[in-house]
Design a protein around this ligand. Structure first.
Ligand SMILES: [Zn+2]
Length: 352
């Protein structure tokens, strides 16, 4: 307030201006109002904090509105673009997650399938283990057909072909298990049959010794071998020797003849239960299984011959020919020995 009083002081020399105009609300603005009435004077500078004129304020307001509108529009546009970007990113993320889930699902399915295959292969391996456990006690028996290895080989080949096919492998496991049961049942059946045989004949005694308990002797009244043969073996039951009942009472048949004839019949058992080695050996006998069987008896029964003299009393005897009339030579007897060495159940490795 002191400043205003000092500026007012020189103007007070004019009586007209001695009093401030009653219309002026503030003494602070009295001096410029008075000075502006003097046309010759320059307008005083506007103070920086002076309020804007109304028109200028409106222009600035309009400008601000426009700027705000533009900014708002830009913000909305950016927001919109941002929304689209976010939505796109979300969609891509969903797609990636979906792809990953599908990959995980595929991997799990493959793992499940692989596990299933491993399980089947282990089952097949276990079934093969059971087969070997059944076969091992039979190894060395001179009857190779007891264990049909060609069927085991075939099943192993099929299992390899079916290694990616669980259902087919299941069938292979079942077939292998069935084959093991067949071998086991055949062994048990033959053993039972042999154990139940109690004819008390030289036939039986000889065949039990030769056949290691696997060959049964059946004394038959019904002439299953025809009218001339003392005994015979059928290919449908290769472990059973049928003996004509009258061979027990015929005066021309001695125990020695029964013994030699039992060797001949046992050769038939070996022929029928070892087809491949037999086929090879038969070449030395012109394909004749009977002369080959005779040769087996001649080779392994010391003192055996095909011609016999059976005494009737001290003055007379029967001339008895046993067999098929051909006495094999040394070379053929060696063929028989080699044949016997090749016979029997072996332990074979399959699928290796
Ligand atoms: Zn015969």
């Amino acid at each position: 307030m002191t400043g205003h009083l000092e500026r007012a002081s020189p103007v007070s020399s004019s009586p007209a201006a001695a009093e401030p105009p009653p219309s002026e609300p503030s003494p602070g603005f009295a001096t410029p109002a008075t000075v502006s009435s003097d046309p010759g004077g320059a307008p005083p500078p506007e103070p920086e904090d002076a309020p804007l004129p109304r028109s200028k304020r409106m222009r600035r307001s309009r400008t601000s509105v426009v700027v705000l509108a533009v900014l708002l529009a830009v913000a909305v546009a950016i927001g919109g673009l941002g929304f689209v970007w976010v939505a796109t990113q979300l969609q891509e993320a969903r797609t990636q997650i979906s792809d990953q889930q599908r990959q995980i699902s595929d991997q799990q399915r493959r793992l499940d399938e692989q596990q299933e295959m491993i399980d089947r292969k282990e089952q097949f391996g276990a079934a093969m283990g059971d087969l070997y456990a059944t076969v091992d006690p039979l190894v060395g028996l001179p009857y190779s057909t007891i264990v049909p290895w060609y069927r085991v080989e075939d099943l192993a080949d099929r299992a390899w072909i079916h290694r990616r096919n669980p259902a087919a492998l299941d069938q292979d496991v079942a077939d292998l298990t069935r084959l093991t049961s067949e071998i086991s049942a055949r062994s048990a059946g033959v053993a039972d049959q042999a154990a139940s045989n109690a004819s008390g004949t030289v036939w039986e005694t000889t065949l039990d010794r030769l056949g290691r308990g696997w060959v049964s002797t059946v004394v038959d009244e019904s002439a299953p071998c025809g009218t001339t043969a003392l005994a015979c073996v059928s290919s449908t039951a290769p472990f059973t020797v049928h003996v004509q009942a009258d061979s027990q009472t015929d005066p021309t048949v001695t125990d020695w003849i029964r013994t030699g004839a039992a060797y001949h019949e046992y050769a038939h058992v070996l022929q029928l239960t070892n087809p491949q080695p037999t086929a090879d050996a038969l070449a030395a006998f012109g394909g004749d299984v009977e002369t080959m069987a005779d040769c087996y008896a001649l080779t392994f029964l010391d003192g055996w011959s095909l011609a016999h003299e059976v005494a009737i009393d001290e003055f007379s005897y029967y001339e008895v020919d046993v067999g098929y009339g051909y006495t094999c030579d040394a070379g053929q007897r060696q063929v028989i020995r080699d044949w016997v060495d090749r016979l029997g159940v072996t332990r074979q490795v399959v699928g290796g």
